[in-house]
Ligand binder design. Structure first.
Ligand code: NAP
Length: 486
């Protein structure tokens, strides 16, 4: 990849989990790839009072396990040479002097402010950057989820950031959009003629989007109590993936052409009435069970969680899209904690052949399906049936690997590497526009309101299972089943 012009990246929350696990390793990898110029700078900020050397020692100790065999001392030295550390409270306007002095006057240099702090810092950081005159025309801001816990609070954050940055300077991250298979799905759909004619109600039976975590709340029970699976995962990641699957072909590849089409999908989602919420959504909460072969406690026993908590750690939803292309095709979305595997995948189930000429035993009873997997591995496979070699006409499911990693032999970019590079280059396509984010909130709010008004508790499921039985029933009412149940 070509070396980029000098850039200043200001990382607020530079000592946090996201910074250490994802962002610093992503920048290191780009130093190693030669994309980051020697004149570029990484300015990390957090409240902890420590020297630059102490910050670098912490960063090295924490990042190394995530870099594995990609770590080497020479690249680390080159990376470290770009780094400075600013102990500061980002909410304190007086703390921005040192940062301003370090940034200096470089109106033509790209300046990226990455907000890797809790959302209550987003408004003060924006205001303080504005007041200190640090927002130049070449500035960009990258913001992490959660952007609010409902439509109103999300608007408040967007208003606060928007007072100092234009919409074209705001890069709202949904890291699933940075994943290679999601990009590949766009290439498959819009770079080939084969799939688009099939990509509609006549040929697609149902779509399933799953993002399952094996982990529980990992000591963050007090945060999760006010969040839940619907806000934490479905409102953002799963709906963004649904948009990529369901959107119409954009008129071009420019950011707004793509984002306009995603917005249309969000606005075409059939709204939920309270009766729909009862029949088309399932909320669950894990009880004690097992994870990775070890016994684990239930959600209500976790630290920071109320014993009678009604927070959902699992949600499944039957979404419908009111358009000519998708009318009648259910999109099943589910996400949960303490599932059997860490799994993120999109399954497109095509309809069975209209007139089977092979008997079912010979055919194997399988219709075609396309599986786009983002976790634990990244892949895209098209499942077909083919004749088993031999004299009998016996069909067998086979899959075509549509992921050409081996053909291209290029190192695969991590989602955060791609997103950071895109933000530096000013490419907004993979970032969520304000109206998309708000449309997503508008669609999920009736579910939240209905759940809040309802005395029912989330349905219990055993840790290590695929969620409550009601999740399977959601599909079986349409004569369908989740991919792993087939
Ligand atoms: P974290 O581990 O709690 O880190 C927060 C960082 O912000 C720390 O460096 C903290 O350092 C700093 N900070 C907090 N208040 C500050 C203040 N007033 N002034 C200066 N620095 C301050 O959180 P995280 O997990 O990294 O997450 C960061 C953001 O990304 C959150 O909004 C989170 O929801 C989001 N996110 C995280 C992940 C993830 O995988 N971790 C994934 C998606 C989204 P000091 O305490 O020393 O100030």
């Amino acid at each position: 990849m070509k070396t980029l012009p000098d850039v200043d990246l200001v990382l607020f929350g530079g000592t946090g989990d996201l910074a250490m696990r994802k962002l610093l390793p992503a920048i290191y990898q780009q130093v190693k790839a030669g994309t980051v110029s020697a004149g570029s700078r990484l300015l990390a900020a957090a409240r902890k009072d420590m020297t630059r050397e102490a910050f670098l020692a912490l960063a090295e100790a924490t990042c190394r396990p995530f870099l594995g065999a990609d770590f080497d001392a020479a690249t680390w030295q080159a990376f470290a040479a770009c780094v400075s550390y600013f102990p500061m409270d980002v909410k304190d306007p007086a703390a921005y002097g040192a940062l301003a002095a370090a940034l200096g006057q470089h109106p033509d240099r790209v300046r990226v402010f990455y907000y890797s702090t809790s959302p209550d810092c987003f408004a003060p950081i924006s205001a303080n950057l504005g007041a200190a005159g640090l927002v130049t025309e070449q500035s960009r801001v990258m913001v992490e989820k959660p952007l609010g816990h409902d439509l109103e609070s999300s608007r408040a954050i967007n208003d606060a950031v928007g007072e100092h940055f234009t919409e074209r300077q705001i890069f709202r991250i949904d890291h699933y959009l940075g994943k290679e298979p999601v990009q590949n799905l766009l290439a498959l759909r819009f770079g080939n003629v084969l799939f688009e004619p099939l990509w509609r109600r006549e040929w697609v039976q149902d779509v399933q989007i799953t993002v399952a975590e094996q982990l529980g709340v990992e000591g963050r029970g007090d945060f999760y109590e006010h969040t839940g699976a619907l806000r934490d995962m479905l409102q953002n990641h799963l709906l963004q993936l649904l948009c990529i699957v369901a959107m119409e072909p954009p008129t071009g590849s420019d950011p707004d052409a793509v984002r306009d089409e995603k917005l249309k999908v969000l606005r075409s989602l059939k709204p939920f009435t309270p009766a729909d919420v009862a029949t088309k959504t399932v909320r669950g909460q894990y009880k004690a069970g097992a994870a990775g072969g070890k016994p684990v406690e239930g959600y209500a026993e976790e630290t920071g969680v109320a014993a009678d908590s009604r927070t959902e750690t699992f949600v499944a939803v039957k979404a419908e899209i009111d358009t000519w292309r998708w009318a009648g095709v259910p999109f099943f979305l589910r996400t949960g904690k303490r599932m059997p595997d860490k799994l993120a995948e999109i399954v497109i189930n095509f309809r069975p052949v209209p007139h089977p000429i092979f008997d079912e035993a010979a055919h194997g009873g399988r219709a075609n399906r396309l599986i786009i997997r983002m976790q634990p591995d990244e892949s895209m496979r098209l499942y077909l049936v083919a004749k088993q070699p031999g004299d009998a006409m016996v069909l067998h499911p086979v899959n075509l690997n549509l992921d050409f990693e081996e053909s291209f032999r290029a190192r695969r970019l991590e989602a955060y590497e791609r997103l950071l590079l895109d933000a530096i280059r000013g490419r907004l396509t993979l970032f969520v526009r304000r109206d998309e984010q708000e449309a997503a909130w508008c669609w999920v709010e009736p579910i939240l309101a209905s759940w809040a008004a309802n005395e029912d508790r989330p349905k219990a499921y055993t840790a290590g299972s695929w969620g409550p039985a009601a999740s399977s029933a959601l599909l079986s009412r349409d004569g369908l089943s989740w991919n792993e149940e087939d």
